[in-house]
Design a protein around this ligand. Structure first.
Ligand code: ARG
Length: 579
């Protein structure tokens, strides 16, 4: 089902060709919502520049051409301002489209030509705390994965956890020292950073320990059975920790999606050999390096991608080359999506460029880096605790949930259990929505008070809007349900009109998020929808209206609830039973 803007896009395209010939077919119809009409096109401005004519005249010609090509569903096209075209739909057209939407299980979300899309997100490190940076890639990545799923793509979630490398020498030795059953070892499941820090302290302060740790790395790399067993133990405990966080965040990742660095161990030697044999990698100061054209450091010296260190060890770049090869060759990727911090963009570009040279990444497979910006503290620096440590993710979540619970303390109607359930649902939604509603590549200040507010562009506001509509619908006379299905939708005033337009635009917004990887666009649409509902509710009596209008408005309310719930689902936010 085409959205109103898409319908107009087709019309404007046809009119442009009609008036100015097929050469101009590619011009952007530049359609957007308007204050003065249902939609506005600014395309006359660009055409006027090309054709060296007055925009106003171009707009006039287009209006005429539009009438000639036919304007199904459009009540009027008017020119205004320097050369805008304002469109207004007929009420009947809007009504018919909304009835169609109400009967559409997909609520207007299109089914696209399915592509196989591995998406790399979350990717925390074993025996280390998940920090706010991981929180953001987890939340944004999960929303993109849900959206691509909903559009009909074959999404392959890839959780590239850091489960291999030199720190495991000291982590294994520390686990042996404290004993697997100790309280210290239990930290791996509750506060992994504390465990990591303790291992680090031993490493820095005790030369004998450091020596053992280094020997342990050699054993690990040699795949010594006993060492691998202890390593497994460490990884297993970390997985428990990650899963706890994922379940609490209601994130779709499971153990099946784990594809950590260690999964590629067997591929790394061959990757290096192949690149060396092809002349793409060369040995420099003992290390095997890929020198890419134009890649220089600040000093103007070439900055290579190092794929094998001089001690023979492989690093982050080598495993990432393996991810590209695996995802294209074995998973059959049509495009590759990596949801990772902005700071890693140079790394990714160099990996992809190398993979293209090696023939592992054909030109037909585009790559996307969804750049994740930083989460800042009130001082506008990377969020840290007062002692300077990175903030524990679970404590951040607890904090948000506590704030909501406190705000609910004045509600005698709630049992303790109900209060806890609401606080958990709303607190988590608050944190997730804060991450999703700003452009993912910008930094933002973590402001727990603002996030949990039920006013403004927040997760709790959307949850509140949805629960309110649900209770409104539930309070409608019970015999109404059966009648709703067949009843017409009437567009009788401006607030109904604005709301109906939002509802009809939902599917194309979801499709746009699938192309641009920007969940904040969906957030903005849902926020506008919730606000427009609230205006509609204030100006258009529902239960008091006479039967025909009441049914029409109830129907609009039901569709609004469906669209809100569906959109929030794509953001990974649930509607609590009550608030
Ligand atoms: N574990 C890495 C980190 O914590 C992120 C990995 C992202 N994924 C990738 N394929 N490089 O920074």
């Amino acid at each position: 089902m085409a959205s109103p803007l898409e319908v107009l896009e087709h019309l404007v395209n046809a009119a442009v060709v009609h008036a100015f010939g097929a050469d101009r077919a590619g011009v952007d119809p530049a359609l957007r919502p308007s204050q003065f009409a249902d939609a506005q096109s600014n395309c006359a401005l660009a055409l006027a520049r090309d054709l060296r004519r007055l925009p106003r005249d171009i707009a006039g010609d287009l209006a005429e051409a539009l009438r000639a090509v036919g304007l199904e569903g459009v009540a009027s096209v008017e020119t205004s301002g320097p050369g805008y075209l304002n469109f207004t739909f007929t009420d009947a057209w809007l009504s018919a489209r909304l009835v169609e939407l109400a009967g559409d299980a997909r609520l207007g979300v299109p089914s696209v030509e399915p592509e196989t899309i591995p998406i790399d997100y979350s990717a925390p490190n074993v025996a280390k705390e998940m920090h706010v940076g991981h929180l953001r890639t987890t939340i944004v990545g999960d929303s993109i994965a849900r959206t691509l799923d909903a559009l009909g793509h074959r999404v392959v979630r890839q959780n590239h956890i850091g489960d291999w490398g030199t720190p495991f020498g000291m982590l294994i030795e520390h686990l042996l020292d404290v004993g697997a059953d100790s309280d210290e070892a239990a930290l791996l499941r509750s506060d992994p950073n504390a465990f990591y820090q303790a291992a680090r302290r031993a490493f820095d302060g005790d030369p004998a320990f450091a020596e053992r740790a280094r020997n342990r790395v050699v054993l690990l790399q040699a795949l010594d059975t006993e060492t691998l067993r202890i390593w497994q133990e460490l990884v297993g405990r970390s997985k428990d920790y990650f899963n706890r966080v994922y379940r609490r965040l209601d994130v779709t990742l499971t153990d099946d999606d784990l594809a950590g660095e260690s999964t590629y161990n067997d591929d790394l030697a061959a990757i290096c050999d192949e690149l060396e044999a092809a002349g793409i990698a060369t040995v420099s100061n003992g290390a095997l390096c890929v020198f890419l054209p134009g890649r220089t450091g600040r000093d103007g010296q070439p900055s290579p991608l190092i794929i094998r260190k001089s001690d023979g060890g492989y690093g982050y770049a080598t495993t990432d080359l393996a991810t590209v090869r695996h995802r294209v060759r074995d998973l059959g990727a049509d495009r590759l999506v990596y949801v990772i911090g902005t700071t890693q963009s140079q790394h990714l570009e160099m990996v992809w460029e190398t993979a293209r040279l090696a023939g592992w990444l054909p030109d037909s497979v585009p790559t996307v880096h969804v750049r994740i910006g930083s989460v800042l503290g009130a001082d506008h620096k990377i969020l840290r605790t007062r002692s300077g440590d990175s903030v524990r993710l679970l404590s951040l979540l607890d904090d948000a949930v506590d704030r909501v619970r406190d705000a609910l303390s004045e509600r005698p109607d709630l049992s303790d259990g109900a209060r806890d359930a609401i606080a958990e649902s709303v607190g988590i939604a608050a944190v997730k929505y804060a991450d999703l509603s700003v452009a993912h590549d910008t930094d933002y200040v973590f402001d727990a008070d603002r996030m949990v507010a039920t006013t403004g562009n927040t997760g709790p506001y959307l949850q509140y809007a949805a629960t309110r509509i649900r209770s409104l619908v539930a309070n409608a006379p019970s015999d109404e349900d059966a009648l709703l299905e067949g009843s017409p939708v009437l567009v009788t005033n401006e607030s109904e009109r604005a709301l109906v337009l939002d509802l009809l635009g939902y599917g194309s917004v979801v499709a746009a998020v699938g192309r641009s990887y920007e969940p904040h666009v969906l957030c903005a649409h849902l926020f506008a929808l919730a606000q427009d509902f609230s205006r509609f509710y204030e100006t258009s009596p529902i239960l008091q209206a006479d039967p025909e209008l009441r049914r029409s408005r109830l129907r609009i309310a039901v569709v609004t609830l469906d669209v809100l719930t569906s959109g929030m689902g794509l953001l990974g936010i649930t509607v609590p039973d009550r608030m």
